[in-house]
Design a protein around this ligand. Structure first.
Ligand code: HEM
Length: 438
């Protein structure tokens, strides 16, 4: 049983198995994150946009409505994208236009130094700087690295005929792909793995090791950038260190360091969760596994369906600067709006039979799993390449990939544990068995 289930309050209507959604505060309902979809349907029954009663957050489950919020970066600020209504502002968010309040206090909010929380014009300049690093040429080189890396990771466990996919493949793979993209020297990559692998691991002697991933990244990238500015070389890290803003000015070392560090935060766990979902489906659905084996051209559509059905990022907050309307709902200035790709991607007005995985869905790529608008995921091409390369190499090197009954139970009574966080969706672990191809 997951920890979340152990210390959870009882959220069910007495005498039934049905959660009492009318009284539930979603943002404090940890056990329900194991399967959020019934709650999303409850929200949808109130319409595509609905103000939940506990925090006054406006929940956007409709596809069109989600697009309209993503699209309108003038009305909606990203300053609260992760914290939502759960940060206390020094002054009330009152007035016809709260832009000045946002400008004055946004730096006090969590994640305020990270690109996803910026608004234009700062966002425009910093995003442009980032996009100078993710050029088509760099992506091509990075993809070549992915094919080699996939094989190396698989070599580690192939002969065992089983693996815990997240920790033995998805997590190190996605981390090292970002490290390669940024030009982290190969000799330093083991230290990155050691410091940044998702969780605290016990040491041999003195109990849990305390990992401070952001501090580690900030220190490393500050040192790399200082070094390359002092002594430029013909390498990727020098390009990172010397790239100018669009107006030609050279960014502060601190700004470049933040952009590089943010790529690990934004790009690793999200993509690892996508890979986990893909392999879960491959293990659960032998007919889909066979279709993918027979026709590798189906892998991209398969990855899109996995992103749509189990969006690794389930929601992002926005803060309305002025009064507006989303769908039929009036939104005063200072409202926290929760845009929910996890729900919008299952909007039946947009996707027929939305809970079904269909490899031939004509509009399968129109999901908002990567967001939309000016904050559209900067790493989407990278994530798509990681999905393509990984699925191909795993199918090439093993047959009969199946879910471990010893760990997840029999086919008719599976036990899966999902991340107990409402912003994220993905398996905590995935035990697979397979027959190696030698
Ligand atoms: C399956 C994997 C991924 C998913 C589902 C995902 C999803 C998202 C979403 C929904 C956003 C928009 C957030 C918002 O609107 O507030 C976003 C932004 C972002 N993502 Fe991803 N992402 C993935 C992989 C990656 C990768 C591999 C990278 C880079 C290494 C990356 C870098 C970023 C960055 C830098 C932003 C901020 C963009 C901005 O604010 O302009 N992501 N991602």
């Amino acid at each position: 049983m997951s920890e979340s289930a152990v210390d959870a309050p009882d959220l069910h209507t007495p005498g039934t198995d049905t959660p009492d959604f009318d009284t539930i505060d979603w943002f404090r309902a940890r056990p329900l994150y194991q399967n959020p979809y019934p709650y999303y349907e409850y929200l949808r029954s109130h319409g595509p946009v609905w103000r939940e009663p506990h925090h006054g957050a406006v929940m956007v489950t409709g596809y069109e409505e989600a697009i309209s919020v993503y699209h309108d970066a003038t009305t909606f600020s990203n300053c609260n994208t992760i914290a939502g209504p759960f940060t206390k502002w020094p002054v009330p968010l009152e007035g016809d236009d709260i832009s000045e309040i946002i400008a004055e206090y946004r730096d006090l909010l969590p994640f305020s130094d990270q690109l996803p929380s910026f608004d234009p014009p700062k966002h425009t300049a910093h995003r442009a700087l980032l996009m100078r690093l993710i050029t088509p040429k760099r992506l091509k080189e990075n993809e070549e690295f992915m094919w080699r890396l996939a094989d190396q990771q698989i070599d580690e466990f192939l002969a065992h005929g089983e693996c815990e996919f997240n920790h033995e493949y998805a997590s190190p793979f996605t981390l090292l792909v970002v490290a390669d993209l940024l030009g982290v020297p190969e000799a330093d990559q083991p230290a990155f793995l050691e410091e940044l692998q998702g969780e605290q691991r016990p040491t041999n002697s003195s109990g849990p090791m305390l990992h401070k991933p952001l501090e580690f990244l900030y220190d490393r990238f500050t040192a790399y950038i200082e070094d390359r500015r002092r002594e430029p070389r013909d390498d990727v890290m020098t390009k990172l260190a010397t790239a100018p803003f669009p107006d030609g000015t050279l960014p502060e070392i601190h700004d470049v360091m933040l952009i590089a560090s943010n790529l690990f935060a934004a790009g690793q766990e999200t993509t690892a969760r996508l890979l986990g979902t893909m392999l879960q489906v491959i293990g659960e659905r032998p007919e889909i596994q066979q279709q993918l084996r027979d026709n590798r051209d189906l892998i991209p559509a398969f990855a899109e369906e996995c992103l749509r059905l189990e969006s690794p990022l389930q929601g992002q907050f926005r803060l309305s600067r002025v009064a507006t309307k989303v769908g039929d709902i009036e939104i005063p200035a200072g409202t926290h709006v929760f845009v929910m790709p996890g729900a919008a991607n299952r909007d039946p007005r947009q996707f027929d039979d939305p809970a079904e995985l269909r490899l031939d869905r004509p509009n399968g790529r129109q999901h908002v799993g990567f967001g939309f608008g000016i904050h559209l995921c900067a790493g989407a091409p990278l994530a798509r390449a990681e999905a393509y390369v990984s699925a191909n190499r795993l199918l090439d090197r093993m047959t009969d990939i199946r879910i471990s009954e010893a760990h997840h139970g029999p086919a008719d009574a599976r036990r899966y544990e999902y991340t107990p966080i409402y912003l994220l969706r993905g398996l905590e672990n995935l035990h697979l068995e397979f027959t190696p191809i030698s």
